[in-house]
Design a protein around this ligand. Structure first.
Ligand code: NAD
Length: 282
């Protein structure tokens, strides 16, 4: 077997949402392995500190403030990356997340939810919250792919990694917009893998299990004490490996998907979940 199958030295990786918890760890790993890393994030400071992390670890990186929902912004980021590194080989569509405004208070409805104006009732969920969560996760993966995969298709090679979720396989209670959007991301991964195959651009997705981060902390831990909520306990009980994931748990699968080690793999969604998706609960 070729020992260099996992080698990504000299390749250029664009990581959206790279200032966040999971994708910051991904950026650092790709940088340590010798890739040029372009970290795009809506929060400029977060992009720049993630960039510093990569450089401190001995890698090469640039941080760019960029909104994944703004095509002009993405096109200008693409020009900066091409000017700096000359090519784009890898795109990780990491920007995404849920928001309290698109979250129901209860797992299943109660009769009081039928009264007008009850906070957290499905019937009164704020449509703008639902829109923004759906758009961030789905359109926020589609637009960067339009921009960066064009450069890959022109060059005749590349890999895209989308970030799906457990909620794509079977919806999680309370988070309808996020679940629908991640199901769309998984579906889009298969569609795009087919569409871009003639250009030798592979498209796959990582589906992380449960990682304790800023966007789900309010659902999984009690404010103040940090104790697990009933939902947090239920997740652990349904995760055969008995723990939340650490960002580092995603890195091996990521490196596999972006390197030649997965050269005939396209259109798959890989769960990295401690067994959650394989366990029926009984
Ligand atoms: P995070 O909130 O730490 O990171 C998300 C990053 O995206 C943030 O830095 C944020 O500034 C950036 N962002 C938000 N809107 C943006 C926009 N419009 N343009 C550019 N950047 C934008 O979240 P995380 O937990 O690291 O999640 C990363 C990805 O993994 C997301 O797609 C998330 O849905 C997914 N995911 C997370 C978990 C988990 O347990 N944390 C599980 C499954 C999937």
């Amino acid at each position: 077997m070729d020992q260099n199958l996992f080698d990504i030295h000299g390749r250029t990786a664009v990581i959206t949402g790279g200032g966040g918890v999971l994708c910051r760890a991904m950026a650092r790993e790709l940088g340590i392995r010798g890739a040029n890393v372009a970290i795009l994030d809506l929060r400029k400071e977060a992009a720049l500190t993630a960039c510093e992390d990569v450089i401190e670890a001995g890698g090469r990186a640039m941080g760019i403030e960029c909104n994944v929902l703004d095509k002009a912004d993405l096109e200008s980021a693409c020009r900066v990356v091409l000017d700096g590194y000359g090519q784009i080989d890898i795109l990780v569509n990491g920007a995404g997340g849920n928001h309290p405004s698109a979250t129901t208070a209860r797992e299943v409805m109660a009769s009081e939810d039928l009264q007008q104006g009850i906070g957290g009732s499905f019937f009164d969920l704020d449509p703008s919250g639902v829109h923004s969560v759906f758009n961030l996760n789905f359109i926020g993966s589609l637009l960067p792919t339009q921009v960066f995969a064009r450069a890959m298709a022109e060059a005749g090679s590349g890999t895209v990694v989308n970030i799906s979720s457990m909620s794509a396989f079977r919806p999680l209670t309370k988070i309808p917009a996020y679940s629908a959007a991640k199901a769309a991301v998984s579906n889009f991964t298969q569609w795009l893998a087919t569409h871009l195959a003639p250009a030798n651009v592979r498209v796959n997705a990582l589906a992380p299990g449960f990682f304790l981060t800023d966007q789900n902390r309010f659902l999984l831990t009690e404010e103040g004490t940090g104790e697990l909520t009933a939902r947090g306990k239920k997740i652990i009980a349904h995760t055969p490996m008995g723990r939340f994931g650490n960002p580092e748990d995603l890195l091996g699968t990521l490196v596999w998907l972006v390197s030649d080690a997965s050269s005939f793999v396209t259109g798959v969604v890989v769960p990295v979940d401690g067994g959650f998706s394989g366990f029926s609960g009984i």
